[in-house]
Design a binder for this molecule. Sequence first.
Ligand code: NAD
Length: 467
Amino acid sequence: MSDTPELKYTPLEEISEIHATLRKSFKAGKLRSIEDRKTQILQLAYLIQDNYERFKASFASDLGRPTLETALQLDSTISDCKIAYDRVEKWARTEKAPFSMNFAALRPVIRKEPKGVVLSISPFNYPVWLALGPMIGAIAAGNCFVLKPSELSPATSGLLAELIPKYLDSDVVRVVLGAVPETTKLLELPWDHILYTGSGRVAKIVCAAAAQTLSPVSLELGGKSPVVIDPKCDLKTAAKRIMWGKCVNAGQTCVAPDYILVPEQSEQTVIDALKEAHKEFYPSAPDMSSDFSHIVNKSHFNRLKNLLDKTSGTIELGGQTDESKLFIAPTIVKGVKGGDSLMSEELFGPILPVVPVKDVDAAIEFINSNDHPLTLYVFSQDSAFKNKVFDNTQSGSAIANDTLLHCATDGLPFGGIGASGSGYHTRKYTFDMFTHLRSSIDSPSWLVIDMALGSRYPPYTVRTFFL
Ligand code: NAD
């Protein structure tokens, strides 16, 4: 673990000035042209490409992230830039309303307009993808954009704050560095949209502040994403995919499998398969492996250790911790019950509780007695089993036989429901989030229009037009 770099926070008095500068730019029509938006998006791709090695180092410093995981995040952000660059004309094109005999003469269209000056507050765990993904979509939609990256990933947030003014136009994109005071100051200002990605606890603070300025908010939150296992599934593959989803970034992924629901009689078989997958991934101990991240800071380390210390389940794998390295081993806990410490909050770490249930109906009941999760995973080869679970529950996404990959799948929206969030992002959906659909008609002054719609005018007589 390298030394944590000091972040130089943005002075509070500068925050209103930044907001005013961007407001002025927006009014002046900066980023109105698609070409200007594309230039900024291209610059963003160069920003990552030119500084690839520096990002690798910053990820290693913030989270001890393995090189391949970092590369995947950087490459998928570059790919998001390419997608937006190639498709922005299509996304931004004015749309004709569906044809209607009654209204066609009014030439109804939907104009895709930027919302204005928007704010994105991002978390520590995917410090490039979740900081720059919203930026790409917001710029593509023609907005001016303020990014408030996480203070918990100081190396990457500091690097973004250094590079963004070098690559992008500071009249349209700014970074505000800071923690609670700086974010509180930002939230006192009126925004044309706020995207908040983080925990439900802070989301309530964000929403309360946004209510004072009537700023619209999208929430990308987390929660406990369950895995329902059909014991007849391909257990070897399932175990590998579940363990991978749990071990990437040491479980600090919003859609990491949080816990497993399995019929009592198959609990040990599933645990044995998970242990086998773990042995394949980390033939020597994971703390010796360069393929396993550390916990972001002491406070999260202690939170997780505390939850583990209090569990009444049996540790079947792992359980080792080392505060000096912020290391928590991939840990499987057997026989966990609903009221256990490990079930009290989103784990956001490499601990995997296994909750035995009677059958699939009990699993569904268990899921429905908790908040709607961000993702619900089912491992089964049986369509009836999968459909039963999906049809009788609610969650942000419904994923069968894999983990995490839906976030990267082009064309799929990503978002929660209820306590796991509201609104959708990634690529076109991020563009949509930051776009105002402005209804427009251009009614001709032909006599025939007033004849057809004539009876709208007083004095009202008989109904002579049809709607
Ligand atoms: P967090 O809520 O602690 O912090 C997120 C952001 O909020 C940071 O920028 C932070 O500075 C700011 N913040 C913290 N306290 C604040 C306060 N009192 N007032 C105003 N702003 C404040 O979240 P985190 O620990 O960085 O990230 C983990 C959480 O994020 C998990 O719950 C995870 O599931 C969720 N998450 C969701 C998604 C998604 O797309 N749905 C993606 C990644 C993470």
